[in-house]
Write a protein that binds this ligand. Structure first.
Ligand code: URP
Ligand code: ZN
Ligand code: ZN
Length: 466
């Protein structure tokens, strides 16, 4: 039986128009007027927008960090994503030192298989660049369906790689058709600044941003861009937090280099005053790069509008304040880095972007779905509403108003970064490959039905508009 959505406004990265959408099986099979046939299941979505399901290109579910792991796994993380309007995540399968890439991927498949409520893919986060690892990279797309890797320029002695390794990976990625994602902060300098702070007895969370200043994000961003230029390889900078780092991206793009920036709601909406608490609660905001002085928000919003920012990811990496963040009660550098956000990314960007008049509906779709689909080899199966595309649809009711609070969230973590923020609009229905996953705002308890997504090279399916 087909499902027909009537009365809604279809929004893609390019268009906005009134039409009926017909879903058969897993696909959108018709868009237009009078696509209704006798026997069809009909849902009236009058007054709502029909958006392509959100694609969050940056999550860390079930990630071990030292002797703990993130509060959200694939079950809780993807349930939260679904109710918020996200139908695909690309999570970071993270290689432990000494491990092959195949083992890292095997581990992440084990974590996600049969657990995910939405579709998922993996980036490969490489912590050790060896000859074998470089060899494995050559077949990542054909064997594993993984078309992006991530390298960290920070987290010294844990995940950080040096410039030589970064260059080698960029060169090989260019040949293999992989997109390299980079965490741009200078880990060596952070290490020195953290040691200095510790020696002065500066232990509170408010020293986190002071030991990771904007200059070291700007410097690392510029360095990564230089190396990508040398390797003639495209580059995706994750979680750009400051106007200065974004300027490096803008300069590169002006020269025609394929450099893509991702930012996150926390950098668009929160600022470094959140660290200024008399108690330990500032630890909730210990994420990297840190929250910045409020003036940076203007630059980032302008980047969304001018397309110098390609995507908005959540960087969902949740740790409970109680028991987990508290590992850093006596030393801010021991606070596990990261915060939750997969549930709120879509709604926050709609509220503070579209409803506030900072971006239009097409830009919203590009930033929350289409551009990630193009860059990470999922387009046009995902990232748009078109005949033949997966029926991943969000029926967004723009009239609903809610207040974000941890008490009501699906994320399995004991706080919300946006506690007390208003949200304008809500995902009334969410479809995942035609399955009615969220009905009238309620997740349907039919079990995890998400599939692993084999992805193609970022070049394929890319139309140059990102
Ligand atoms: O603080 C953060 N962002 N933690 C997650 C890991 C990363 O750097 O992306
Ligand atoms: Zn990072
Ligand atoms: Zn991250």
């Amino acid at each position: 039986m087909a499902t027909i959505l009537t009365g809604g406004t279809v929004v893609t990265a390019a268009d906005c128009y009134q039409a009926e959408v017909r879903i058969e099986g897993e696909k959108v099979v018709a868009i237009g007027q009078d696509v209704f046939q006798p026997g069809d299941h009909h849902i009236d979505v009058e007054g709502c927008f029909l958006f392509p399901g959100g694609i969050d290109p940056h999550t860390h579910f079930d990630l071990p960090v030292g002797d703990i792991k993130t509060a959200d796994d694939f079950v809780s993380g993807t349930r939260a994503a679904a109710v918020g309007g996200t139908t695909t995540v690309i999570d970071f399968a993270t290689q432990n030192k000494g491990e092959s890439l195949a083992t890292a991927l095997f581990n992440w498949h084990e974590k996600a298989r049969g657990q995910s409520y939405i579709d998922y893919g993996f980036h490969l986060a490489i912590s050790e660049v060896t000859k074998d690892v470089l060899e494995e990279m050559t077949t990542l797309i054909s064997k594993e369906g993984v078309s992006s890797v991530k390298l960290y320029m920070a987290y010294k002695n844990i995940l950080q790689v040096d410039d030589g390794a970064l260059l080698k990976v960029l060169k090989l990625a260019k040949k293999a058709g992989l997109l390299v994602c980079v965490h741009c902060e200078n880990g060596d300098v952070i290490d020195v600044l953290v040691n200095e702070a510790q020696n002065k007895g500066q232990i509170e969370p408010r020293y986190h941003p002071l030991t990771r200043p904007i200059a070291i994000e700007r410097e690392a961003t510029g360095r990564a861009i230089c190396l990508a230029e040398l390797a003639d390889a495209p580059l995706y900078i994750v979680h750009v937090s400051s106007g200065a780092a974004l300027e490096m991206v803008e300069q590169a793009r002006l020269k025609g280099f394929p450099v893509y920036a991702e930012t996150c709601p926390q950098y668009l909406l929160l600022d470094d005053s959140y660290y200024e608490t008399s108690d330990f609660s500032g630890a909730k905001y210990v994420l990297s790069p840190p929250l910045r002085p409020v003036s940076n928000q203007k630059a980032l919003w302008a980047g969304l509008d001018s397309s110098s920012v390609a995507t908005v990811g959540s960087d969902h990496c949740s740790f409970n304040l109680k028991g987990q963040k508290e590992k850093g009660l006596k030393d801010f550098s021991q606070i596990p880095n990261g915060g939750p956000g997969v549930e709120n990314r879509f709604g926050l960007l709609y509220t503070y972007g579209v409803a506030n008049g900072k971006i239009n509906l097409n830009q919203f779709v590009a930033l929350t779905s289409t551009n990630a689909a193009k860059l990470f080899g999922l387009f046009p199966r995902k990232g748009t509403i078109a005949v033949g595309s997966d029926a991943d649809l969000v029926v967004w009711d723009p009239t609903v108003q809610e207040v974000i609070t941890a008490k009501k969230q699906m994320q399995q973590v004991d706080y919300n970064l946006y506690e007390g923020f208003c949200q304008q609009g809500k995902a009334r229905h969410v479809f995942l490959r035609g399955q009615h996953l969220v009905k009238e705002g309620i997740l349907q308890e039919e079990g995890p039905a998400g599939s692993y997504l084999r992805r193609t090279s970022y070049c394929e399916g890319r139309d140059g508009s990102v």
